[in-house]
Design a protein around this ligand. Sequence first.
Ligand code: ATP
Length: 433
Amino acid sequence: MDMDKLVSLCKRKGFIFQSSGIYGGINGCWDFGPLGVELKRNLKNDWWYNFVQIREDMVGLDASIITHPEVWVASGHVEQFHDILVDCKECKKRFRQDHLETERCPDCGGELSEPKTFNSMLRTRLGVSDDTAVETFLRPETCQSIFVDFKDIYSSTRVKIPFGIAQIGKSFRNEVNPRNFIFRSREFEQMEIEFFCREEDEVKWFAQWQEDIWAWYLSLGIKESALRWYEHPKESLAHYSKRTVDVEYEFPFGWGELQGLANRGIFDLTQHSKHSGKDLSYFDAEKNERYMPTVIEPSAGADRTTLAVLCDAYDEEEVNGETRTVLHLAPKLAPIKAAILPLVKKDGLAELAENLEKKLRRKFITYYDHAGAIGRRYRRQDEIGTPYCVCVDFESKENGTVTVRDRDSMEQVRIPMDDLADYIGKRVSFERD
Ligand code: ATP
């Protein structure tokens, strides 16, 4: 699949636009239009449903984007992201770019990665007057506030270890080189979990999360052959990590990370305890024992997953000698669940269809369209991934039935109008029995 085709469809149909387009755009920032906002919202809701709502061992959080600046000192971000860094793609060693004399790795001669900015955090000032304003950062990851709030959360709820805290929210990184559409941007959304367990259970939980994460990507309809695990070699692990594996997707521009799964050990809670002076250890009342829990962290990007879903869904098919562009989106993710289309405008069919659409839109997102030939209207919906097209025809007037066309098979079934909400509702829901 050609990436340009997807980018152009996204703009043309209102999924994703460059931010501030009329001013020439702004690098690394993107706006999700009417269809894009629905798609990404469905994805986030599905993630929350799977990883928070239906689990007994998870709770949620929505913390502020701007935090006390000390948070980023404790986390290691202020110190660790100080210089322009490049990585050797061969031996994985990391260098300060200003220390290098050649454009290749000084150790093995390997190719070097893109440089990373000296501090990828976006700075901001909090406060009105210059002398009292505090300089701080827009968070570069959502997880730190989970650690900072750890005690407030576990003492205000009845959660007991093992348990996890989930958060979805914006993160900001001053990426040196934003690229590949929404894959690498400067403002993006993360869906992160910090799962707290006993150290002796870390291997078991790591494996369990690998399984759960994989199953979720498959549930989004992504082809398994386009997914793989990447194990980070020990010597290139981040300062906090005991083990990291990534889920990668095969994008048209190559394999790219969708989600990291890291064993962060006790690094973060220990750091924040030290820097804040507040003990963030956990007290196990049953065992009468106090300890620092180990943390397993699944950390996913909402934008990258949205991009993977779009790339995977995009297809061009030959149908009756014509090319049909179709997004085979999982129905639970599709922005519009059903289009209601009168066969023709006249003879009261338009009114009948409009009334039907008004009723259905209380249940799920629908769209009414009477412009152009019915075949064209079907194609317009195929292109934006609408899984069901309901056609109101002359028979509808006579016996109250309509046809429902399936986007993928293009087959139609005739059903009573009164059954539509249930028929479509259960097929587009992300709920599980
Ligand atoms: P990369 O190596 O691609 O820069 P990372 O390893 O720095 O990513 P993490 O810090 O592990 O990324 O962040 C967790 C997730 O957040 C990533 O798997 C990705 O989905 C998302 N993410 C990180 N940086 C960006 C970005 N610049 N734009 C969009 N999503 C991002």
